[in-house]
Design a protein around this ligand. Structure first.
Ligand SMILES: [Zn+2]
Ligand SMILES: [Zn+2]
Ligand SMILES: [Zn+2]
Length: 330
C-alpha cells in the first residue's frame, strides 16, 4: 500500500510507492519495447488490466484493431483505490495512498510520437479525458485529478507507445493551490480573471501567441519556467475542464495537435510533458480560476540553481519562442 507523507517544514506531500519499482525498465533497454511485447498494442489487450473505458472506431475497417483509445488502470499505480485514513507517526504526518491511477492508451498501433496521430484520434483522446474526469469526480474521497503526459525517456516515460495518465489524489497539490491563490488575489484586486487578461493581452499585441482556433488559444507565458513552454487556454472563461461542451473537445484536440506539431518541427521532436490544471473537485465553478493545459518540452536538465531557488534562467525569450513556433511550417 503506497503512503503519502508530508514534509514538516514546507508542507510538501510525497508519495512513497515501492511497488512501482517493479515497473518495466526504460524502453530501449528491455525487450518489452518491441511491438510484439508492447502491452499497449492492439492484440495484447490481455497484458493490461481490464479496460475502464474504450472508444471504438466503427468507420475504420482498414485496421484489425477493434478500438482506437482505451483507458486501463495503471498496472503499477502510484496510488490505489483502498480506504485511507490520515495517521500521525510521532510529529510526522502521513496517510495511506488512496487514489486512482489510470493510463489512456492513445492509439491501437505502436505509435511513439503523439503529434503524428490523426485529428480524429486527438479528439477521441480529449473525450476520454473528459469522460474519466467526470467518472472519477463522483468518488468523494478524491480532491484533485491530474491528467498528464510524459513523452520520451528524458520526460519520464517508461513505455514508448503513446499514452497519457490520469491520477486522482486525496489532497490538492501545492502547485495548484499556489495558482488558485494567485488568481484569487488578482481577482480581488482587479475584478478580472488573470488568465482572461493574459488572453486579451495576446489578442492585442500577439507577441507571445503561438496558434489559436475558435475556442482555444496557445501562448508562451510571460515568465516561463522553460524555453518554448506553451499554455493552451479556453478563450471563454471556465474553471472546470470537464464541464466544457462536446465541441470544445474537438477544438482542444485540434489545437493540442497543432501545438505539438509546431514543437516537433521547431525543436526536432523533443521529449515533453504536459498536464491539465483544473479546479479542485470540492471547489465550485468560479470567476477567478481558468483551467489550462501546460506543455514543457524537455530541452535542458533542471540544475542546482533551479532546485535551490525555484527561479529559472533562460537563453531564449518567450517572445522568441512564440515567434519560432508561430512561424513553424506544418
Ligand atoms: Zn505498442
Ligand atoms: Zn478566465
Ligand atoms: Zn497551471
Amino acid at each position: 500500500m503506497p503512503e503519502i507523507r508530508k514534509d514538516p517544514v514546507v508542507g510538501r506531500w510525497v508519495i512513497i510507492s515501492t511497488e512501482r519499482a517493479n515497473r518495466p525498465l526504460h524502453y530501449g533497454l528491455n525487450n518489452d519495447s518491441s511491438e510484439n511485447g508492447c502491452p499497449f498494442c492492439a492484440g495484447n489487450e490481455d497484458k493490461t488490466p481490464p479496460e475502464l473505458l474504450v472508444f471504438r472506431d466503427k468507420t475504420d475497417s482498414s485496421t484489425a484493431a477493434a478500438w482506437n483509445v482505451r483507458v486501463v488502470p495503471n498496472k503499477y499505480p502510484a496510488l490505489v483505490a483502498a480506504e485511507g485514513k490520515p495517521v500521525l507517526t510521532g510529529k510526522n504526518e502521513a496517510q495511506s495512498g488512496v487514489g486512482a491511477h489510470e493510463v489512456i492508451i492513445e492509439s491501437p498501433h505502436h505509435a511513439t510520437d503523439m503529434a503524428l496521430l490523426s485529428e480524429t484520434q486527438f479528439r477521441v483522446i480529449v473525450r476520454a479525458y473528459h469522460d474519466r474526469m467526470k467518472q472519477l469526480r463522483t468518488d468523494r474521497r478524491f480532491r484533485y485529478i491530474l491528467i498528464y503526459k510524459n513523452q520520451g525517456v528524458e520526460a519520464g516515460a517508461t513505455l514508448e507507445h503513446v499514452h497519457s495518465q490520469i491520477i486522482a489524489l486525496p489532497g490538492v497539490p501545492a502547485r495548484v493551490t499556489e495558482e488558485i491563490q494567485g488568481s484569487k488575489d488578482y481577482y480581488e484586486l482587479n475584478k478580472r480573471c488573470v488568465f482572461c487578461e493574459m488572453i486579451r493581452g495576446e489578442n492585442g499585441a500577439r507577441q507571445r501567441l503561438v496558434t489559436e482556433n475558435s475556442r482555444f488559444i496557445a501562448l508562451c507565458p510571460f515568465a516561463p519556467r522553460f524555453g518554448y513552454e506553451v499554455w493552451i487556454l479556453p478563450k471563454t472563461h471556465s474553471s472546470v475542464f470537464e464541464a466544457t461542451a462536446e465541441q470544445d473537445a474537438a477544438d482542444l484536440g485540434d489545437i493540442l495537435r497543432d501545438t505539438l506539431l509546431r514543437m516537433g518541427r521547431c525543436l526536432g521532436n523533443p521529449p515533453f510533458n504536459y498536464f491539465i490544471h483544473s479546479n479542485p473537485l470540492d471547489e465550485s465553478a468560479n470567476d477567478h480560476y481558468h483551467w489550462h493545459l501546460e506543455i514543457f518540452p524537455k530541452l535542458i536538465q533542471v540544475g542546482g540553481f533551479e532546485w535551490g531557488t525555484g527561479w529559472y534562467i533562460h537563453t531564449v525569450t518567450p517572445e522568441q519562442s512564440a515567434r519560432a513556433l508561430r512561424e513553424a511550417i506544418l
